[in-house]
Design a binder for this molecule. Structure first.
Ligand SMILES: Cc1cc2nc3c(=O)[nH]c(=O)nc-3n(C[C@H](O)[C@H](O)[C@H](O)COP(=O)(O)OP(=O)(O)OC[C@H]3O[C@@H](n4cnc5c(N)ncnc54)[C@H](O)[C@@H]3O)c2cc1C
Ligand code: SF4
Length: 484
C-alpha cells in the first residue's frame, strides 16, 4: 500500500474522500475496469490492523458522538466508524438487497418518492458486490442473476418452524459472515461482530485490500477533508487539515464518500447550500424485541442473525404504512437464566422504513467545526407502523405460545441516510442516479446519504452496488471525453 506521510503537492486525477464501502467499492470497480488514473484516497481516521484491534479490544464506533453536535440526544443518536474501512470494521454484515418495489414507492403506493433508477439497473452490481463480499444466503424475495457464493447459515429451531409457517415470507438472512468454502474463517456465531475476533465477516481490510495495493493508488491517513475547492462550478481539489496544519490538494475529480453525515456537512462547508443538502437526514427506526416461547429450545443457529421475515416489505396503498422487516437473532448474550426456560428465548430485530422530513437536518456548527444534527421525529408513515408492532408480531408468531418480555426502541440503526438525495430533478435532489452532483462538475457524491428513501433493508450492500454503478459511468465519461 502506498501510504503517504506528507500532504502531496501534485495534482491527482481523482481524490476519494473516505475509505469505507462507498469509497472502496468505487475504487475497486474503477481499477477492475482497467483505469490507469492516479488516485488519492484521503482518510480522516487511522489504519489499525484487525489483529491489533482485537488485541486492544478497540471497537471504533463507540465514540461517534464526539464528532458531531446532537441537538436531540434524547430521541436520536447517529453511529459510524472513522478509520480505514469506515463502517466495515464495526458492521454486523447483514446484506439483504432492496426489493424492486423499494425503488418505486411513489408510483406503486402513492406516498414517499421514487428512486431515479430501478432494481434491474442495479442488479448486476449487486451480484458483483455479493461475489466480492462472499455473501452467505439462498432463497430470496427478489430475483438474482447469480446465486449467492456461499451456502446460507444454519437456521435456528424456531427459524425452521417459522419457515414452515411462512414459506413465502421467511428466508435465511443473507450475510457477509462467512459459511464454509470462502476465503474467510467460518462464522462461529459468538455475536461479537462489531469486532469479529476471527475476521469471519467481510471488511474493506480483508476483502478490498488489493485495490489499495495498486501502483496508481495512494492513501493518506489521519487527514481530515474540511471543504472542497470549487471554481466556476467545477471542482479543483480539496482543503485538508493534518496534525494541526492546513493544506490544499489538487484533483481533477473529487469523489465524496465520507458517509451520510459528513458528506452533507462538507458540501455545506463548501458553500453548496441548495435548500436540499443536509435536509431529510434519517435512518430506519429499529426495535429489539425479546420474546419468551413455551416448550421450545431455541438458539443453535449458524450466525448472529439467521432468519428474515419479509411479509412487511410489501406496502399497502390504502394505509400508507411504512414497510418493515423482522430478523431473528441467536445472540447468546441475550440468554437470561432467571427465566423458566432460558433456551426458549427469541430475539427479534425490527427495522421500519422512513422517509425524508425536511426539518430533520444536518447543518454546520462553525464554532465547533462539526456537523450539527436536528431530528425531531420520523415520518408519519413510520409512526403508523410503530403503532402496529404487536399486531405484526402476532401474525409472525401465530401458532406459538409466547409472551413479549420487552420491546425496546433503538436510538440508532447506524445507517445514516437521505441527507444528499439523488433524483432526476435538480430542484429536489442533490445528485443524479450515478451520484454526479447536479450543479458542480467533476464532483461525485456516494453513500446512503444519496438514498431518496430509507427502506427497511440494511444499506451497505446497496451503497457498494451504487458505488460500482457510479464508477462504471465515470469510466465511460473519462474514456470518451478525457479530462477537461
Ligand atoms: C455497529 C454497526 C453495525 C452495522 N451493521 C450493518 C449491517 O449489518 N448491514 C449493513 O448494511 N450496514 C450495517 N452498518 C452500517 C454501515 O456501517 C454503513 O452503512 C456503512 O459503513 C456506510 O458506508 P459509507 O462508505 O457510506 O461510509 P463509512 O463506512 O462511514 O465510511 C466513511 C469514511 O470516510 C471517512 N471520513 C469521514 N469524514 C471524513 C473527512 N472529513 N475527511 C476524510 N475522511 C473522512 C471515515 O473515516 C470513513 O472511513 C452498521 C454500522 C455499525 C456502526
Ligand atoms: S457471529 Fe462471531 S464469528 Fe460471526 S461474524 Fe460475528 S463475531 Fe464473527
Amino acid at each position: 500500500v502506498k501510504i503517504l506521510d506528507e500532504i502531496p503537492q501534485k495534482e491527482f486525477d481523482i481524490i476519494i474522500v473516505g475509505s469505507g464501502f462507498a469509497g472502496s467499492f468505487f475504487l475497486d470497480k474503477l481499477l477492475k475496469l482497467g483505469s490507469n488514473l492516479e488516485i488519492l484516497v484521503v482518510e480522516r481516521g487511522s489504519y489499525i490492523k484487525h489483529w491489533d484491534r482485537v488485541k486492544n479490544r478497540t471497537i471504533t464506533y463507540e465514540n461517534s458522538s464526539d464528532y458531531y453536535v446532537n441537538r436531540n440526544p434524547k430521541i436520536k443518536e447517529w453511529g459510524f466508524t472513522l478509520g480505514f474501512g469506515g463502517g466495515s470494521n464495526c458492521w454486523t454484515g447483514n446484506t439483504p438487497r432492496l426489493l424492486p418495489d423499494d425503488f418505486k414507492v411513489k408510483s406503486l403506493y402513492d406516498f414517499g418518492v421514487d428512486w431515479p433508477l430501478e432494481y434491474e439497473e442495479l442488479e448486476p452490481y449487486y451480484s458483483e458486490v455479493e461475489s466480492i463480499m462472499e455473501i452467505a444466503g439462498s432463497q430470496t424475495p427478489y430475483t438474482m442473476s447469480r446465486a449467492y457464493p456461499l451456502m446460507p447459515h444454519r437456521m435456528s429451531p424456531v427459524d425452521l418452524i417459522l419457515k414452515e409457517r411462512h414459506p413465502e415470507d421467511f428466508f435465511a438472512l443473507p450475510s457477509a459472515r462467512a459459511t464454509s468454502g470462502g476465503s474467510r474463517a467460518m462464522c462461529c456465531s459468538n455475536g461479537r461482530c462489531s469486532l469479529c475476533p476471527i475476521d469471519a465477516k467481510f471488511t474493506i481490510e480483508n476483502g478490498c485490500r488489493y485495490a489499495y495495493k495498486h501502483f496508481n493508488v495512494s492513501i493518506i491517513f489521519d487527514t481530515e477533508v474540511r471543504s472542497l475547492q470549487i471554481e466556476n462550478d467545477c471542482v479543483k481539489g480539496i482543503n485538508v487539515t493534518r496534525s494541526g496544519r492546513d493544506a490544499k490538494i489538487k484533483g481533477k475529480w473529487v469523489v465524496m464518500a465520507a458517509n451520510g453525515l459528513f458528506n452533507p456537512y462538507l458540501l455545506l462547508q463548501s458553500n453548496l447550500e441548495d435548500g436540499i443538502v443536509g435536509r431529510g437526514i434519517t435512518e430506519q427506526t429499529g426495535y429489539i424485541i425479546d420474546i419468551q416461547l413455551k416448550d421450545i429450545y431455541n438458539f443453535q443457529g449458524g450466525s448472529i442473525g439467521t432468519g428474515w421475515y419479509t411479509k412487511g416489505l410489501k406496502r399497502n396503498k390504502a394505509t400508507k404504512d411504512a414497510a418493515f422487516m423482522f430478523h431473528t437473532e441467536n445472540i447468546t448474550e441475550s440468554l437470561n437464566f432467571n427465566m423458566d426456560n432460558p433456551l426458549g428465548h427469541l430475539r427479534v430485530v425490527m427495522s421500519i422504513e422512513d422517509f425524508r422530513v425536511d426539518t430533520n437536518r444536518v447543518v454546520v456548527n462553525a464554532k465547533e467545526g462539526k456537523p450539527e444534527v436536528y431530528f425531531k421525529e420520523a415520518s408519519i408513515h413510520t409512526q403508523q407502523t410503530e403503532l402496529k408492532i404487536k399486531q405484526h408480531l402476532s401474525e409472525f408468531l401465530e401458532g406459538f405460545s409466547y409472551h413479549i418480555m420487552n420491546i425496546e426502541k433503538r436510538k440508532t440503526e447506524w445507517h445514516i441516510q437521505c441527507s444528499t438525495p439523488m433524483g432526476k430533478d435538480p430542484d429536489t435532489s442533490v445528485t443524479d442516479k450515478y451520484g454526479f452532483h447536479h450543479r458542480v462538475k467533476h464532483l461525485i457524491v456516494l453513500g446512503s446519504g444519496n438514498f431518496p428513501t430509507a427502506p427497511p433493508s440494511n444499506p451497505s450492500l446497496t451503497i457498494s452496488a451504487l458505488a460500482r454503478f457510479s464508477a462504471e459511468q465515470f469510466f465511460k465519461i473519462e474514456k470518451g471525453d478525457g479530462f477537461k
